[in-house]
Design a protein around this ligand. Structure first.
Ligand SMILES: Nc1ncnc2c1ncn2[C@@H]1O[C@H](COP(=O)(O)OP(=O)(O)OP(=O)(O)O)[C@@H](O)[C@H]1O
Length: 637
């Protein structure tokens, strides 16, 4: 189950391929600007010569002004084109990585801190802009300038050039060593910044817990420690970066001193003219900018390559398997698209907008046939990667209609059963089938269109109530929407909201009550008209009136489709068509409430211990059967 590591990496070549045209133009402009720069010392040499001879100054001055202007204009244009290509690369990489994250397995998201993933997609990618475009273009153009300058200098005076190169080569070796160290330092710094992002996200997503635990100080200290680590490692990067340019400068200054000493003596002995000496010195002077630029670009490139290492990890994140799409949970889909970001903006048609092939989406529409078996577990064994086996050879069926309740002690494996039906996880052995087909063989969006899942803590997205309900089926008609609202008993809630369906629900639905959030989540799933509705303790947060209304809803919905509910409210369980008692990953008993009360000791215990106060009160009035009198009367009521 480990992620496939091979063949998935962001390669500079692939990332820049779509922008080769624009980068080539930018580099060509850079070359023109470099030539204009290289011609300037010649022009100045001509000016000096003209002054010495007492000739007219207008021509050399006009040439120099033209060269300066050309250099400046072309330099500006080149910088814009390179920046534009850089922004495009960053957008592409972000888009590709976001696609990977959205299609990653749920397990990957459980294991990776979301703040760190956020830092990788948002901030690490921004380093690519400078590294992959600015620095590459700068290095190409600057290298050309250096080579051009050296060629002219070799014509002017090979001896002086030899001395210059000797001094510069020492600086070059030191620069390369520093650049290598810089990459390691940058990698460390990125990981520390990622850890800070992860901890910040951890704190902000639990802000209420922090406040009620009076842990603000503690959290700030903890974050402060992370900030110190980011600061320290950032300082390491800054130091190495700061050493790059001075190293080159020192090399240049030593070269200047040597060239001046040797050059002046040659001018004095007549071995070299003043104009030649001036031109040579100016060429040496002109090497400063490109050489320093190369060293700075080298630093940027190393930081970008360090970021790429972290981005590669996101690229290799395990993807949900979709047999029909030919990808797999072990990352092989990443292999096919991850290396080719040249066309990396995935077709938005890939994204599951909820337009599944579920056919009719009218929530109240009668199903085609409600008899027979819809889903089946056959000798299913399953364990989470990090732990022991959780389900031990489960075999049971879910009929095409009716309410199946899962009951059992905490940690017995009830929620795990639902995750296998939604294919968030796959059995280690045995099969889970829907209409006789292994759910692993079904197209993922099709499967999730047929199986609606309301989780324990229903996720509400910021946006309006309507956007939240429509989320799994954005194309639903107004009638279908109204019907889902009616079935989920949300009508009164929406009527009381300030802007009705258009009311903003706030971050994570914070402006709604827990019960309201659950009903919105149920309405959302009903709007997809699933064949199978899974409710994980979906009534746990409702008050007794709402719960009783929702219970009626669940039973109404269960008349036309299968509903599997994990409910702590025993009233829901009592009225279920069938109850499965799960104990330590096995089905211990199955039957109706009455049958189980008569035959199963654990069920009797659960009924005694898990009934809520409300239900106790409701059933207090008529107690008939010894041991479980209140529940029995509740069913009869
Ligand atoms: N993501 C996970 N990784 C590792 N172990 C897990 C994971 N989720 C659940 N478990 C373990 O699997 C076992 C079954 O958990 P599960 O959530 O299915 O139980 P449950 O019956 O639904 O419990 P509850 O009624 O308290 O929600 C538990 O021992 C739990 O610790």
């Amino acid at each position: 189950m480990s992620a496939e590591e091979s063949g998935t990496s962001l390669r500079v070549r692939d990332l820049t391929r779509p922008y080769r045209g624009i980068l080539s133009v930018a580099i060509a402009l850079g070359v023109v600007a470099a030539l204009a720069s290289l011609a300037q010392p010649m022009g100045i040499g001509w000016l000096v010569d003209t002054v010495e001879r007492g000739g007219g100054l207008w021509s050399p001055i006009a040439l120099l002004v033209g060269l300066f202007c050309l250099d400046a204009f072309i330099g500006g244009l080149q910088s814009y084109l390179v920046g534009r290509a850089g922004e495009s690369v960053v957008r592409d990489v972000r888009f590709t990585l976001t696609g990977k994250l959205l299609r990653a397995t749920r397990r990957e998201h459980e294991e990776r801190p979301s703040g760190d993933l956020h830092a990788r997609v948002v901030t690490d990618t921004s380093l690519l802009k400078a590294a992959l475009t600015q620095s590459l273009a700068t290095m190409v153009v600057s290298a050309l300038m250096v080579v051009g300058g050296i060629l002219i200098m070799v014509v002017l005076d090979p001896l002086l050039l030899g001395l210059t190169l000797l001094c510069l080569s020492v600086a070059a070796v030191v620069t390369l060593l520093l650049a290598r160290k810089l990459r390691g330092a940058a990698q460390l710094n990125r990981s520390r910044v990622g850890a800070l992002g992860a901890d910040l996200n951890r704190a902000l997503s639990a802000i209420t817990t922090i406040k009620v635990s009076r842990a603000e100080e503690r959290e700030q200290r903890r974050l402060g420690t992370r900030m110190d680590e980011a600061y320290r490692t950032g300082l390491g990067v800054t130091k190495l970066n700061a050493m790059l340019a001075p190293t080159v400068s020192v090399g240049l200054q030593v070269s200047f001193a040597v060239v001046f000493a040797v050059g002046m003596s040659r001018v004095a002995t007549g071995g070299m003219s003043v104009a030649e000496f001036t031109s040579f010195v100016l060429y040496l002077f002109y090497l400063i900018t490109p050489l320093v630029a190369v060293s700075t670009a080298l630093g940027q490139l190393q930081q970008g390559l360090a970021a790429i290492t972290r981005l590669d990890e996101v690229l290799r994140i395990r993807q949900e398997r979709d047999s029909s799409a030919g990808n797999s949970e072990d990352g092989s889909e990443a292999e096919s698209s991850g290396t080719n970001t040249s066309n990396s903006r995935p077709d938005t048609g890939d994204i599951d907008t909820g337009d599944t092939d579920t056919g009719d989406t009218d929530p109240s529409a009668p199903r085609t046939g409600t008899a027979g078996t819809l889903a089946r577990f056959e000798d299913v064994r399953f364990g989470y990667e990090s732990g022991p086996e959780v389900l031990h050879g489960l075999t049971f069926e879910i009929p095409r209609s009716g309410l199946t309740a899962l009951v059992g002690p905490s940690g017995s494996g009830k929620s795990t059963i639902l995750t296998l039906l939604t294919r968030f996880d796959r059995p280690d052995s045995g099969t889970v089938t829907l209409d006789g087909t292994d759910v692993g063989e079904l197209e993922l969006t099709g499967l999730r269109g047929r199986v609606g899942y309301v989780q324990q803590d229903p996720a509400i997205l910021s946006g309006t109530v309507e956007e939240n309900i429509r989320y799994a089926n954005p194309d639903a008609t107004r009638e279908e929407l109204d019907e889902a609202v009616r079935l989920a008993d949300l009508g009164d809630v929406i009527a009381e909201l300030p802007d009705g369906m258009s009311t903003e629900v706030g971050q994570h639905g914070s402006k709604l009550s827990g019960g309201q959030r659950q009903r919105v989540a149920i309405a959302r799933m009903l709007l997809t008209n699933p064949d199978l509705l899974l409710l994980d303790e979906a009534t746990a947060q409702l008050d007794s009136n709402s719960e009783s209304a929702l219970r009626d809803t669940i039973h109404g919905v269960a008349e036309t489709r299968a509903v599997v509910a994990i409910a702590h409210r025993m009233s829901t369980v009592i009225e279920a068509d069938r109850i499965l008692v799960v104990e330590r990953g096995s089905i211990r008993a199955r039957g109706t409430h009455e049958e189980l009360l008569a035959t199963d000791e654990l069920y009797r215990t659960l009924v005694r211990t898990e009934i809520t106060d409300d239900e106790q009160q409701a059933s207090d009035s008529s107690t008939e059967e010894p041991g479980t009198p209140r529940l029995m009367s509740s069913k009869g009521a």
